[in-house]
Design a protein around this ligand. Structure first.
Ligand code: PMV
Length: 301
Protein backbone atom coordinates (compact mmCIF):
# COMPACT_ATOMS: atom_id res chain seq x y z
CA UNK A 1 0.00 0.00 0.00
CA UNK A 2 1.18 3.54 -0.78
CA UNK A 3 0.19 6.58 1.28
CA UNK A 4 0.84 10.02 -0.12
CA UNK A 5 -0.12 13.50 0.99
CA UNK A 6 -0.11 17.00 -0.44
CA UNK A 7 -0.67 20.45 1.10
CA UNK A 8 -3.30 23.12 0.62
CA UNK A 9 -2.39 26.75 -0.04
CA UNK A 10 -3.13 30.36 0.86
CA UNK A 11 -2.57 33.62 -1.02
CA UNK A 12 -0.50 36.04 1.04
CA UNK A 13 -1.02 38.67 -1.68
CA UNK A 14 -2.31 39.14 -5.18
CA UNK A 15 -5.36 36.93 -5.87
CA UNK A 16 -7.57 38.31 -8.67
CA UNK A 17 -4.77 40.67 -9.79
CA UNK A 18 -2.78 37.58 -10.85
CA UNK A 19 -5.53 36.82 -13.37
CA UNK A 20 -4.43 40.01 -15.19
CA UNK A 21 -0.73 39.17 -15.12
CA UNK A 22 0.11 40.95 -11.86
CA UNK A 23 2.33 39.33 -9.22
CA UNK A 24 0.97 37.21 -6.39
CA UNK A 25 2.54 35.28 -3.49
CA UNK A 26 1.11 31.87 -2.73
CA UNK A 27 2.19 29.59 0.16
CA UNK A 28 1.71 25.89 0.86
CA UNK A 29 0.26 25.28 4.34
CA UNK A 30 0.57 22.40 6.78
CA UNK A 31 -3.03 21.21 6.27
CA UNK A 32 -2.85 18.20 3.98
CA UNK A 33 -4.91 15.71 2.00
CA UNK A 34 -3.84 12.07 2.48
CA UNK A 35 -4.46 9.40 -0.15
CA UNK A 36 -3.91 5.67 0.33
CA UNK A 37 -3.70 3.51 -2.78
CA UNK A 38 -3.46 -0.27 -3.00
CA UNK A 39 -4.01 -2.93 -5.67
CA UNK A 40 -7.56 -4.24 -5.91
CA UNK A 41 -9.56 -6.32 -8.42
CA UNK A 42 -11.62 -3.26 -9.42
CA UNK A 43 -11.60 0.52 -8.91
CA UNK A 44 -12.92 1.61 -5.51
CA UNK A 45 -12.80 5.17 -4.13
CA UNK A 46 -13.62 5.91 -0.48
CA UNK A 47 -14.01 9.35 1.11
CA UNK A 48 -16.29 11.16 3.56
CA UNK A 49 -18.68 11.40 0.61
CA UNK A 50 -19.00 7.61 0.57
CA UNK A 51 -17.80 4.76 -1.65
CA UNK A 52 -17.85 4.63 -5.43
CA UNK A 53 -16.16 3.15 -8.45
CA UNK A 54 -14.80 5.44 -11.15
CA UNK A 55 -17.44 8.14 -10.68
CA UNK A 56 -17.13 11.64 -12.15
CA UNK A 57 -20.07 12.95 -10.12
CA UNK A 58 -19.17 11.72 -6.67
CA UNK A 59 -15.36 11.66 -6.92
CA UNK A 60 -14.51 13.83 -9.95
CA UNK A 61 -10.87 14.66 -9.14
CA UNK A 62 -9.79 11.12 -8.23
CA UNK A 63 -11.69 9.67 -11.21
CA UNK A 64 -10.11 12.18 -13.60
CA UNK A 65 -6.66 11.54 -12.06
CA UNK A 66 -7.10 7.77 -12.59
CA UNK A 67 -8.10 8.39 -16.22
CA UNK A 68 -5.05 10.59 -16.82
CA UNK A 69 -2.72 8.04 -15.15
CA UNK A 70 -3.89 5.38 -17.62
CA UNK A 71 -1.51 7.08 -20.05
CA UNK A 72 1.38 5.75 -17.91
CA UNK A 73 0.09 2.49 -16.37
CA UNK A 74 -2.85 0.07 -16.56
CA UNK A 75 -4.80 1.60 -13.65
CA UNK A 76 -7.75 -0.85 -13.73
CA UNK A 77 -7.73 -2.27 -10.25
CA UNK A 78 -7.00 0.07 -7.38
CA UNK A 79 -8.54 0.98 -4.03
CA UNK A 80 -8.21 4.64 -2.97
CA UNK A 81 -8.93 6.00 0.50
CA UNK A 82 -9.09 9.78 0.98
CA UNK A 83 -8.64 11.62 4.24
CA UNK A 84 -8.38 15.43 4.24
CA UNK A 85 -7.60 18.13 6.79
CA UNK A 86 -8.67 20.80 4.27
CA UNK A 87 -12.18 22.26 4.17
CA UNK A 88 -13.65 21.70 0.71
CA UNK A 89 -14.48 24.57 -1.67
CA UNK A 90 -13.22 27.37 0.55
CA UNK A 91 -10.17 28.69 -1.29
CA UNK A 92 -7.54 26.53 0.41
CA UNK A 93 -6.79 24.38 -2.62
CA UNK A 94 -8.43 21.18 -1.40
CA UNK A 95 -9.11 19.88 -4.91
CA UNK A 96 -5.52 20.46 -6.02
CA UNK A 97 -4.16 18.72 -2.90
CA UNK A 98 -6.43 15.74 -3.55
CA UNK A 99 -5.52 15.60 -7.23
CA UNK A 100 -1.78 15.86 -6.72
CA UNK A 101 -1.77 13.40 -3.84
CA UNK A 102 -3.76 10.86 -5.89
CA UNK A 103 -1.38 11.19 -8.84
CA UNK A 104 1.66 10.70 -6.59
CA UNK A 105 0.12 7.62 -4.89
CA UNK A 106 -0.62 6.03 -8.30
CA UNK A 107 2.78 7.11 -9.61
CA UNK A 108 4.46 5.07 -6.84
CA UNK A 109 2.04 2.15 -6.79
CA UNK A 110 2.49 1.58 -10.53
CA UNK A 111 6.18 2.65 -10.67
CA UNK A 112 5.52 5.29 -13.36
CA UNK A 113 8.58 7.37 -12.46
CA UNK A 114 6.87 10.75 -12.91
CA UNK A 115 8.87 13.82 -11.82
CA UNK A 116 7.40 16.57 -9.64
CA UNK A 117 7.14 18.84 -12.69
CA UNK A 118 5.16 16.13 -14.51
CA UNK A 119 2.91 15.64 -11.47
CA UNK A 120 2.20 19.39 -11.31
CA UNK A 121 1.38 19.47 -15.05
CA UNK A 122 -0.84 16.39 -14.84
CA UNK A 123 -2.60 17.86 -11.82
CA UNK A 124 -3.32 21.01 -13.79
CA UNK A 125 -4.76 18.89 -16.63
CA UNK A 126 -6.97 17.00 -14.19
CA UNK A 127 -8.33 20.30 -12.80
CA UNK A 128 -9.06 21.37 -16.38
CA UNK A 129 -10.83 18.06 -17.06
CA UNK A 130 -13.07 18.54 -14.04
CA UNK A 131 -13.60 22.30 -13.92
CA UNK A 132 -13.37 23.33 -17.57
CA UNK A 133 -10.89 26.02 -16.48
CA UNK A 134 -8.17 26.18 -13.87
CA UNK A 135 -5.16 28.17 -12.79
CA UNK A 136 -1.94 26.13 -12.54
CA UNK A 137 -1.10 27.81 -9.22
CA UNK A 138 -2.84 25.47 -6.78
CA UNK A 139 -1.52 22.25 -8.29
CA UNK A 140 2.00 23.68 -8.67
CA UNK A 141 2.24 24.95 -5.07
CA UNK A 142 0.69 21.74 -3.72
CA UNK A 143 3.21 19.64 -5.64
CA UNK A 144 6.31 21.66 -4.75
CA UNK A 145 5.49 23.03 -1.28
CA UNK A 146 6.91 26.36 -0.09
CA UNK A 147 6.28 30.00 -0.92
CA UNK A 148 6.17 31.17 -4.54
CA UNK A 149 6.06 34.44 -6.39
CA UNK A 150 3.65 34.13 -9.31
CA UNK A 151 3.52 34.03 -12.25
CA UNK A 152 7.35 33.67 -12.28
CA UNK A 153 7.30 30.75 -9.77
CA UNK A 154 10.33 32.20 -8.02
CA UNK A 155 10.72 30.42 -4.67
CA UNK A 156 10.81 32.59 -1.52
CA UNK A 157 11.61 31.75 2.11
CA UNK A 158 9.26 32.62 4.97
CA UNK A 159 9.76 30.86 8.28
CA UNK A 160 8.18 30.70 11.69
CA UNK A 161 5.07 32.76 11.25
CA UNK A 162 1.73 31.71 12.68
CA UNK A 163 -1.17 31.60 10.28
CA UNK A 164 -4.71 31.48 11.60
CA UNK A 165 -7.30 30.63 8.99
CA UNK A 166 -10.93 31.58 9.55
CA UNK A 167 -13.48 29.62 7.57
CA UNK A 168 -16.78 31.46 7.03
CA UNK A 169 -18.36 28.11 6.06
CA UNK A 170 -19.95 29.91 3.10
CA UNK A 171 -18.94 28.39 -0.20
CA UNK A 172 -18.28 30.67 -3.13
CA UNK A 173 -17.66 30.19 -6.81
CA UNK A 174 -14.23 31.24 -8.06
CA UNK A 175 -15.57 31.38 -11.62
CA UNK A 176 -18.40 33.76 -10.63
CA UNK A 177 -16.14 36.08 -8.64
CA UNK A 178 -13.54 36.24 -11.42
CA UNK A 179 -16.38 37.08 -13.85
CA UNK A 180 -17.70 39.79 -11.52
CA UNK A 181 -14.27 41.42 -11.36
CA UNK A 182 -14.01 41.27 -15.18
CA UNK A 183 -17.41 42.98 -15.49
CA UNK A 184 -16.43 45.70 -13.03
CA UNK A 185 -13.20 46.21 -14.99
CA UNK A 186 -15.16 46.56 -18.25
CA UNK A 187 -17.44 49.13 -16.68
CA UNK A 188 -14.70 51.16 -14.96
CA UNK A 189 -11.53 50.18 -16.82
CA UNK A 190 -9.20 52.91 -15.55
CA UNK A 191 -10.22 52.58 -11.92
CA UNK A 192 -10.18 48.79 -11.72
CA UNK A 193 -6.98 48.45 -13.75
CA UNK A 194 -5.21 50.81 -11.38
CA UNK A 195 -6.53 48.90 -8.35
CA UNK A 196 -5.27 45.60 -9.79
CA UNK A 197 -1.94 47.20 -10.61
CA UNK A 198 -1.70 48.55 -7.06
CA UNK A 199 -2.31 45.03 -5.75
CA UNK A 200 0.61 43.94 -7.96
CA UNK A 201 2.75 46.67 -6.33
CA UNK A 202 1.69 45.46 -2.87
CA UNK A 203 2.92 41.99 -3.82
CA UNK A 204 6.16 43.49 -5.05
CA UNK A 205 6.72 45.27 -1.70
CA UNK A 206 5.49 42.13 0.06
CA UNK A 207 8.23 40.08 -1.55
CA UNK A 208 10.83 42.40 -0.01
CA UNK A 209 9.19 42.09 3.43
CA UNK A 210 8.93 38.30 3.08
CA UNK A 211 12.63 38.06 2.20
CA UNK A 212 13.48 40.16 5.30
CA UNK A 213 11.12 38.23 7.58
CA UNK A 214 9.48 41.61 8.37
CA UNK A 215 6.10 40.35 9.63
CA UNK A 216 4.85 43.77 10.67
CA UNK A 217 5.23 45.10 7.14
CA UNK A 218 3.75 41.92 5.65
CA UNK A 219 0.71 42.37 7.92
CA UNK A 220 0.24 46.03 6.98
CA UNK A 221 0.48 45.17 3.28
CA UNK A 222 -2.06 42.34 3.77
CA UNK A 223 -4.46 44.90 5.28
CA UNK A 224 -4.04 47.27 2.33
CA UNK A 225 -4.51 44.33 -0.06
CA UNK A 226 -7.74 43.45 1.76
CA UNK A 227 -9.07 47.00 1.37
CA UNK A 228 -8.50 46.81 -2.37
CA UNK A 229 -10.07 43.35 -2.65
CA UNK A 230 -13.10 44.77 -0.85
CA UNK A 231 -13.19 47.67 -3.30
CA UNK A 232 -13.54 45.30 -6.27
CA UNK A 233 -16.42 43.46 -4.65
CA UNK A 234 -14.90 40.16 -3.57
CA UNK A 235 -15.28 40.70 0.20
CA UNK A 236 -18.29 39.77 2.32
CA UNK A 237 -19.74 40.72 5.67
CA UNK A 238 -18.69 37.39 7.19
CA UNK A 239 -15.12 37.72 5.90
CA UNK A 240 -14.89 41.29 7.24
CA UNK A 241 -16.17 40.23 10.65
CA UNK A 242 -13.46 37.56 10.93
CA UNK A 243 -10.78 39.88 9.53
CA UNK A 244 -11.56 42.75 11.93
CA UNK A 245 -11.82 40.41 14.92
CA UNK A 246 -8.40 38.90 14.11
CA UNK A 247 -6.82 42.34 13.77
CA UNK A 248 -8.37 43.49 17.06
CA UNK A 249 -6.51 40.68 18.87
CA UNK A 250 -3.10 41.71 17.61
CA UNK A 251 -2.68 39.90 14.28
CA UNK A 252 0.00 41.58 12.15
CA UNK A 253 -2.55 41.62 9.34
CA UNK A 254 -5.58 39.80 7.95
CA UNK A 255 -7.24 39.41 4.57
CA UNK A 256 -9.35 37.02 2.57
CA UNK A 257 -7.56 34.27 0.66
CA UNK A 258 -8.48 32.96 -2.79
CA UNK A 259 -11.53 34.08 -4.69
CA UNK A 260 -13.38 35.59 -1.69
CA UNK A 261 -17.12 36.20 -1.50
CA UNK A 262 -17.10 33.57 1.27
CA UNK A 263 -14.58 30.82 1.91
CA UNK A 264 -11.63 31.63 4.14
CA UNK A 265 -9.64 34.55 5.51
CA UNK A 266 -6.12 34.38 6.87
CA UNK A 267 -4.44 36.22 9.73
CA UNK A 268 -0.69 36.45 10.19
CA UNK A 269 0.17 36.47 13.87
CA UNK A 270 3.08 36.08 16.26
CA UNK A 271 3.11 32.64 17.94
CA UNK A 272 2.17 34.33 21.26
CA UNK A 273 -1.02 35.74 19.70
CA UNK A 274 -2.40 32.82 17.69
CA UNK A 275 -4.64 31.53 20.50
CA UNK A 276 -6.23 34.97 21.02
CA UNK A 277 -6.68 35.46 17.27
CA UNK A 278 -8.19 32.01 16.92
CA UNK A 279 -10.61 32.65 19.82
CA UNK A 280 -11.62 35.99 18.27
CA UNK A 281 -12.37 34.35 14.92
CA UNK A 282 -14.50 31.77 16.69
CA UNK A 283 -16.42 34.44 18.64
CA UNK A 284 -17.07 36.26 15.36
CA UNK A 285 -18.74 33.13 13.95
CA UNK A 286 -15.88 31.57 11.98
CA UNK A 287 -14.15 28.22 12.26
CA UNK A 288 -10.51 28.90 13.16
CA UNK A 289 -7.65 26.65 12.03
CA UNK A 290 -4.13 27.45 13.21
CA UNK A 291 -1.45 26.34 10.79
CA UNK A 292 1.93 27.21 9.34
CA UNK A 293 3.56 27.64 5.99
CA UNK A 294 5.34 24.47 4.86
CA UNK A 295 8.09 23.55 2.44
CA UNK A 296 6.72 20.01 2.23
CA UNK A 297 5.01 19.47 -1.11
CA UNK A 298 3.56 16.17 -2.25
CA UNK A 299 5.28 13.22 -0.54
CA UNK A 300 4.96 9.49 -0.14
CA UNK A 301 4.67 8.91 3.60
O1 PMV B 1 -10.39 30.50 -4.46
P1 PMV B 1 -9.26 29.86 -5.18
O2 PMV B 1 -8.35 29.12 -4.26
O3 PMV B 1 -9.72 29.06 -6.35
O4 PMV B 1 -8.33 31.06 -5.75
C1 PMV B 1 -8.75 31.87 -6.80
C2 PMV B 1 -7.66 32.87 -7.11
C3 PMV B 1 -8.01 33.82 -8.24
O5 PMV B 1 -6.90 34.72 -8.38
C4 PMV B 1 -9.24 34.65 -7.89
C5 PMV B 1 -8.28 33.11 -9.55
C6 PMV B 1 -7.06 32.45 -10.16
O6 PMV B 1 -7.26 31.50 -10.93
O7 PMV B 1 -5.92 32.88 -9.92
Amino acid sequence: MITSSAPGKIYLFGEHAVVYGENAICCAIELRTHVQAEFNDHIEINSVLGRSGLNFEKHPYVSAAIERMKEFAPVDGVKININSELPVGSGLGSSAALTVSTIQALNHLFHCGLSLEQIADLGYNVEWDVQGNASPTDTYVSTMGGVFMLPSRRKLELNDCGIVIGDTKKNSSTKKLVTNVAELKNRFPEIVTSILSTIGKITYCGEYSVCNGDYESIGKLMNINQGLLDSIGVGSLELSQLIYSARSKGAYGAKLTGAGGGGCMIALADASKTVDVSDAIKSAGGVPITTNITDKGVVVE
